[in-house]
Design a protein around this ligand. Structure first.
Ligand SMILES: Cc1ncc(COP(=O)(O)O)c(C=O)c1O
Length: 446
């Protein structure tokens, strides 16, 4: 077979990849096989995939039941329109199944092909809702600095990372960002309660914008990029603020949904219900694209009002029967194998291992996350939390050192991310921990 390096050269001539970066790309891999938690490249090299792809291959590679579900459905009905007046059995079965699994106030679903389309759909549901109830001035979306909601144009505007905006400015009007609750770096204002101070930033933003202009607060229960977990009282206070100012609360559960944090859906850690929730990734374990938005009964009700405006939003592949068939099979596996509880137990092992092996390293500033989501944040000076000069590329060097040890993962600057499959063995989790510990020690020589 042609070598990895040759294939990358060919690939580079033919394709533009997400986050296009020629140097990184040509030093990368062409993946040819997946087995459980492992990926194998064109040179036959095998790596543990400590990110489950992009947090999505929760059930690991090679699940026969998912492939069979797709093949069966393709044989029976490959595709049919899902535009109003049309449906298919797998889509309606998946909607019914989700209604049993998600938050108790959510019973109806709109399907998309992934996370970004789900964010755009959530924003449009919020705008539609307020027009329908006679408050058309409420259209703005608030989200967190450091939050990620996708890269389609509206999702990009909700995403709180300037790097995603720079080449595409100007952004659309109507998007506002508030400080992240990042417990490592958020500075609690003097006299404020550390448990709720970051949530109060939402109230400040709503008042600054004018409550009669704000439609939506969209937030990941645990931020994927950085694994930021809010303080205990954060979401309860957010819910109160949203209720007080009539702002819809959307949970972006594209990463956290379907078990990754050790609960089926992550707001269950804090006992708070959202008005809208979005999901993607783990719903099919990444085998086929599928995402969606769940509507609370309150939001869904406006679609049924006599004389309601049509919902003029559409995707050819909304409710795709093959994607829905795979999702049903993936949910069966998740439930049958008790993988939500397994994610909680493995998550404890992962966090304990990281703390034990790296907790006292002078360049490890913070280790955080929940369940099988974790981030190690490297700093030059632990006392002052000073970052390394980006030109030193400390984080990328650690990732390279891990790769030499047979473990691949992602990072952003000096933040190293971990999101292993829910089906990982204890040994896989331990190998990930030892690879990052060895990588940090090798690069930082301590
Ligand atoms: C929380 C969250 N929302 C939205 C998205 C966008 O999903 P997609 O890449 O499927 O458009 C992602 C992708 O990583 C995500 O993590």
């Amino acid at each position: 077979m042609t070598s990895n390096a040759e294939l990358l050269q060919r690939d580079h001539k033919a394709l533009v990849h997400s986050l296009h970066n020629p140097a990184a790309h040509l030093a990368g891999n062409v993946w040819v096989r997946g087995e459980g938690c492992d990926l194998i490249d064109a040179d036959g090299k095998r790596y543990i995939d400590a990110m489950s792809g992009l947090w999505n291959v929760t059930l690991g590679h090679g699940r026969r039941e998912l492939a069979d579900a797709a093949a069966r459905q393709m044989g029976e009905l490959a595709y049919a329109s899902g535009y109003s007046g049309n449906s298919n059995l797998r889509a309606l079965e998946l909607g019914e199944r989700l209604a049993e699994l998600v938050y108790p106030n959510i019973h109806r679903f709109f399907f998309t092909c992934g996370g970004g389309e789900s964010t755009d759909s959530t924003i449009k549901f919020a705008r539609y809702y307020f027009k329908a109830i006679g408050k058309p001035g409420k259209f703005k979306t608030i989200s967190l600095t450091g939050g990620y909601h996708g890269a389609t144009l509206a999702a990009m505007c909700a995403t709180g990372m300037p790097a995603y905006w720079a080449a595409f400015e100007p952004r659309m009007p109507g998007f506002v960002h508030i400080p992240n609750h990042d417990r490592y770096r958020y500075v609690v204002p003097p006299g404020a309660d550390p448990d709720t101070a970051a949530a109060d930033e939402l109230e400040r933003a709503i008042l600054a914008e004018g409550a009669d202009t704000v439609a939506l607060f969209i937030i990941e229960p645990v931020c994927g990029a950085g694994s930021y977990v809010p303080p205990k009282g954060y979401f309860k206070r957010v819910r109160e603020i949203c209720d007080k100012y009539d702002v819809l609360l959307a949970a972006d559960e594209v990463i956290t949904g379907f078990g990754r944090t050790g609960k089926r859906f992550a707001l269950d850690h804090w006992g708070v219900l959202p008005d809208l929730m979005q999901f993607a990734k783990g719903i099919t374990s990444g085998y086929v694209p599928l995402g969606g938005v769940g509507l609370s009964d309150k939001v869904a009700a406006v679609l049924e009002r006599p004389g309601a405006e049509p919902w003029m939003h559409a995707h050819t592949y909304s409710g795709h029967p093959v994607s829905c068939a795979v999702a049903l099979a993936a949910i069966d596996v998740l439930e049958r194998e008790g993988l939500v509880a397994r994610a909680a137990a493995l998550g404890e092992r992962l966090h304990k291992g990281l703390r034990e092996q790296l907790g006292s390293h002078p360049n490890v500033g913070d280790i955080r996350g929940l369940g099988l989501m974790a981030t190690v944040e490297l700093v030059e000076d632990r006392a002052t939390k000073k970052n390394f000069d980006v030109a030193r590329k400390i984080g990328p060097q650690v990732l390279a050192a891990m790769r030499e040890r047979g473990v691949i993962t992602r990072g952003r600057g000096d933040h190293l991310y971990f999101g292993p499959p829910l089906v990982s063995s204890e040994a896989v989790v331990d190998r990930i921990v030892s690879a990052v510990a060895e990588g940090v020690h090798a690069v930082l020589q301590r």
